[in-house]
Design a protein around this ligand. Sequence first.
Ligand SMILES: [Mg+2]
Length: 335
Amino acid sequence: MIKFLNQILKIHNLSYSTVTVSNPLRGISTSGTIVKSAMFNLKEASKDQVQEFLNSFDTVLTDCDGVLWFFNNAISGSADTMNYFRKIGKKIYYVTNNSTKPRSEFATTAAKLGFVACPEEILTAAFLVAHYFKGIQFNKKVYLLGSHGIGEELEAVGVRHIGVGPDHVKPDVKSTKLSELDPEVGAVVVGFDAHLSYPKLLKAATYLASEQCLFVATNTEDRFHRPNSIVIPGTGTLVRAVETCSARKALVVGKPYSYVRKYLESIGLNPARTLMIGDRCATDIELGVRCGFQTMLVLSGVTSAEELAKLKNAKTPPLPDVVLPKLGDLLSLVC
Ligand SMILES: [Mg+2]
C-alpha cells in the first residue's frame, strides 16, 4: 500500500507527508486476492492477480467524462482498453447522468472520439427514466422539466409528455388557474432544463400536490465539474427546487442511485459479475457499492489522488476496490 500511495502521489506531484498509512497490507488478502473497497493499485498486481480481476466480471459499466474522454478529448489508451474488454467477451455499457441527448446522439459522439458504441450500450439517466415508466406501464402524461433527450426517450416507449422548452413568465404569474393545467398529467420528471422558470416550478408543484402524481428525477449533482470556469448549476439544483416547493422527494434513477441495477437485472445480467469504472467516488463508486458491483476508480478525472488519500485516511466510504492512474494503463498489465 505504501508503494501504491507513493505512486499515485508521484503522478500528481504531491507530498507523502500529507498521508498517514494505517495498514500497509490493506488491499491484498492473505491469499493474495484483491479484496473489496481496498483501493488496490492494479499496477502493483501480479499477472495472476490481474487475470483474476479480469475473470471476476462479465459486464463493464463505465462512466464517460473523466474516464474515456475529458472535455471532448479522448484520454490516451481508453478506447483501446474498451476494445480489449469487447475482444475478451465482456458486455459493455456507457453510463452517464447527462439527460440532454438521446442515446443515438451519445453513440455518435462516442464514435467520433474513437469508441465503438451502439445506442443500446448507452445508459443515460434519460433512458433509465423511460425504462422506469415503461416498466410500470404508465399510461398518463408526464410534465417534463427537461430537454429533448428525455422527451425522445419517453416517446420511444410510448409515453406522452409536455413541458419541454420555454414557459415564459407572465406579468402576474400567480394568477395561473388550475384549469390551465393538463388533467392527464400523472407524473413530474425533472432533468437538466436550461429553460427552468417560475411558471414551471409552479406547475410542477401543483401537479405534485396530488399524491397520485409520480415524481422522478434523473440525477442530483449540484454543478458541472468545470475547473477554472464559470459555475454551471447542475440538475440537482433543479431537483431540490421542485422538492422544496412541492414538499415531495423525487425517485432518482441516475448515478449514484441504484436503478441501473434493476435495469441490468431486467435484461438478465448479474450485478455481482459487473464492474463499474468511474473517475468520481461520490457518484460512480457510490453507484457500484450500492448496486453490489465491483468498482474501479481511475485518477484521470474528478477524484484526485489527494482526495482519495483523504477518503482512505478518514475511512469514508465509498472506496473503490481497485485504482489505476488511467484506464489505458490496464492494457500494459495484460499484454
Ligand atoms: Mg466522470
